[in-house]
Design a protein around this ligand. Sequence first.
Ligand code: AMP
Length: 116
Amino acid sequence: MSDAETLFERIIAGEIPSEKVYEDATTYAFRDIAPQARVHVLVVPKKRYRNVAELAAADPQVLADIALAAKKVAELEGIDGSGYRVVFNTDGDAGQTVFHVHAHVLGGEQLGHFGR
Ligand code: AMP
């Protein structure tokens, strides 16, 4: 991976504005700029990995931190009782556009099926 800063590193650094929902020692969560559901929050590790598999191989504890941060986001957004979806897009067919692993946390309404 190149050393060029990703969009999300610039957001975490505060160089690009974001609407923060939650933050802890290893993760940062903020609203997606183009929400695909009533609640759509991105949870990113502060340290960059390209995708969820690279993160899991290198630092499984931080992957667990992301899962727990997603639950915290759901609680803060009041959707932990109604249910929510956590998605990690990986590469082309999944539509990954930012190569700094991130969990999409979606909910706040009945979600459609996904896949094709
Ligand atoms: P993905 O397509 O899985 O890589 O997800 C990237 C997500 O980042 C998309 O859902 C975008 O809407 C979102 N996004 C892009 N730029 C920003 C930004 N400046 N602030 C918040 N979300 C963004």
